[in-house]
Ligand binder design. Structure first.
Ligand SMILES: *Cc1c(COP(=O)(O)O)cnc(C)c1O
Length: 242
C-alpha cells in the first residue's frame, strides 16, 4: 500500500512538472492538493510524510473522523465539498480554507461565527463552468457581483476560484470549462474590485490536470491518481450526501 501511494505520488508530481514545462510555466506556481475523500488517515499520512501538505475533504464528517489520525502533521486542510449551513460550526473547527463557497447565506453564517471567534478564513469561490444542473457553484456571469458581495465580509479572505468542470472521456470536451474559469478570473480582475488583485485557479483533477495546467491552474486537486479507485465494493461515493 505504502509503495503504491509513494510511486503514484511521484508519477503525479512528474505529470505536473511535465505539464508546466509544456505550458512554459513555473512548477512552483502549481500546488498539489490531495483529494482524500474515503481515504483513511493512515494512507493520507504516507503521502504527507512524503512531502504533501494540502489535503481536501468533501465531508465535514470525514474531517472530524480523521482529525485524530492526522494529529501532529503540518497540513492545510481545505474543504472542497458542498457546504450546508448546519455544518459550518464544525467545518471551522478543522478546515483552514473553504474552496466551495457559492452561496451568500453560507458566507453570512461563516462570517457570524468567525467574528465571534475573532479570526478569518481563506475561501475560494466555486464556479459552475460546465453548465450542468447537478454541479454546485455560481454561474460565471454572476461572478463579479458575487465577489463584490463576499468582499464585504472582513472575515473571508478571497484567494481564488474553484471549479470541477466537465468530466468526459474525451479530453478536448473538458477544456472549455477550464478555459471558462480562467476567463471568469480575468473578468473579475478587470472589474478592479478593491482588495482583489490576484486570484488563484483551483482546477484539474486526476483525469484533466494537464489540460488545467495548460489553462492556468494554480492548484490541481488529485485523488484517484494517488490513492487509487474509490469505487471498490458497493460503496459509491455521493456528493449530495455531504
Ligand atoms: C474527488 C474530488 C477531486 C479529485 O478527483 P479525482 O478524479 O479522484 O482526482 C477533486 N475535486 C473535488 C471537488 C473532488 O470532489
Amino acid at each position: 500500500m505504502e509503495n503504491h501511494i509513494l510511486s503514484n505520488l511521484k508519477a503525479v508530481q512528474k505529470r505536473i512538472t511535465q505539464a508546466c514545462e509544456k505550458a512554459g510555466r513555473n512548477p512552483d506556481d502549481v500546488q498539489l492538493l490531495l483529494a482524500t475523500k474515503t481515504v483513511p488517515a493512515e494512507k493520507i499520512r504516507i503521502a504527507v510524510e512524503a512531502g504533501s501538505y494540502i489535503i481536501g475533504e468533501n465531508k465535514v464528517q470525514e474531517l472530524r473522523d480523521k482529525d485524530a489520525g492526522l494529529a501532529g502533521l503540518k497540513i492545510e486542510r481545505h474543504f472542497i465539498g458542498h457546504l450546508q449551513t448546519n455544518k459550518i460550526k464544525d467545518v471551522l473547527k478543522y478546515a483552514t480554507c473553504i474552496q466551495s463557497l457559492d452561496r451568500i447565506v453560507v458566507a453570512e453564517e461563516l462570517d457570524r461565527r468567525l467574528q465571534k471567534e475573532g479570526r478569518s478564513i481563506d475561501v475560494f469561490i466555486q464556479v459552475n463552468t460546465s453548465g450542468e444542473e447537478s454541479k454546485f457553484g455560481i454561474e460565471p456571469g454572476h461572478a463579479v457581483s458575487f465577489i463584490q458581495e463576499i468582499q464585504k465580509f472582513d472575515t473571508l479572505k478571497i484567494k481564488g476560484l474553484m471549479t470541477i468542470g466537465l468530466l468526459d472521456v474525451e479530453k478536448e470536451k473538458m477544456r472549455p470549462s477550464l478555459a471558462l474559469l480562467r476567463h471568469t478570473r480575468d473578468q473579475i480582475l478587470e472589474a478592479r474590485i478593491p482588495g482583489i488583485d490576484t486570484l488563484a485557479l483551483s482546477m484539474g483533477m486526476s483525469q484533466d490536470l494537464e489540460l488545467a495546467i495548460a489553462e492556468g491552474s494554480n492548484m490541481v486537486r488529485v485523488g484517484t491518481a494517488v490513492f487509487g479507485n474509490r469505487f471498490l465494493g458497493k460503496e459509491i461515493w455521493n456528493e449530495n450526501e455531504a
